[in-house]
Design a protein. Structure first.
Lengths: 121, 113
């Protein structure tokens, strides 16, 4: 049963500290998404990778957030320095979309990991 | 830009009552997906609708895609406590070469025993 895994599941840190969250997408999937979920904002897309290349990170605060895919089995989301307002649940999701995107597709389904619950004090 | 609106935001029902959540998009969608997130859990894919006017059923859940492919609904018959959670609809958005999902704000369902 293939699943997206995320580590750590919980992280409590102090303001100003660096936080790194990791995600292992489902083997064979070519897209990875990072979302942030809060009560106030709901699910917000932070970054999107296809075939390890960043395609859209417009939802991510550039000054403190960075997302990378060093290889096909690992995606990272880093916050430096962290702030209390970054407290949220961060989800990674993976999927398989056609290389030539556009038109009708039945392959937009995303599979979410369990999330990392981040608390910044 | 594309927006996906969902109503209601919250719904409390007595166990055994029916429940419906509605999703409306500002643009025509090539498909629409529904996800369920249990309290403390992560969104889990339920179903995808592709065709205009499509209706799909999963046990007590009925999903509909509007004729204009701009709206959708999820109806649960005779709710059970296991139905508790937040239901999200999501539609694909094509931005340049990036294909991503736009999620609705979700409907949080509470089922009272």
């Amino acid at each position: 049963d293939a699943r997206v895994t995320q580590t750590p599941r919980h992280k409590v840190t102090e303001m100003g500290q660096e936080v790194t969250m990791r995600c292992q997408p489902i083997l064979g999937h070519n897209t990875v998404f990072w979302y942030r979920q809060t009560m106030m904002q709901g699910l917000e897309l932070l970054a999107y990778f296809r075939n390890r290349a960043p395609l859209d990170d417009s939802g991510m605060p550039k000054d403190r957030f960075s997302a990378e895919m060093p290889d096909a089995t690992l995606a990272t989301l880093k916050i430096q320095p962290s702030e209390p307002r970054d407290s949220a649940v961060y989800f990674c999701a993976s999927g398989l979309v056609p290389i030539l995107a556009g038109g009708l597709s039945s392959t937009d389904t995303q599979y979410f990991g369990p999330g990392t619950r981040l608390t910044v004090l | 830009g594309q927006q996906v609106m969902q109503i209601p935001q919250y719904q409390h029902v007595q166990e055994g009552e029916d429940f419906t959540t509605y999703c409306n998009s500002s643009t025509t969608l090539s498909n629409i997906q529904w996800y369920k997130q249990r309290p403390g859990g992560h969104p889990v894919f339920l179903i995808q609708l592709v065709k205009s006017g499509e209706v799909k059923k999963q046990k007590r859940l009925t999903f509909q895609f509007g004729e204009a492919k701009k709206n959708s609904s999820l109806h649960i018959t005779a709710t059970q406590t296991t139905d508790v959670g937040t239901y999200f609809c999501a539609g694909p958005k094509l931005t340049g070469s990036a294909r991503q999902l736009t999620f609705g704000s979700g409907t949080q369902l509470t089922v009272l025993p």
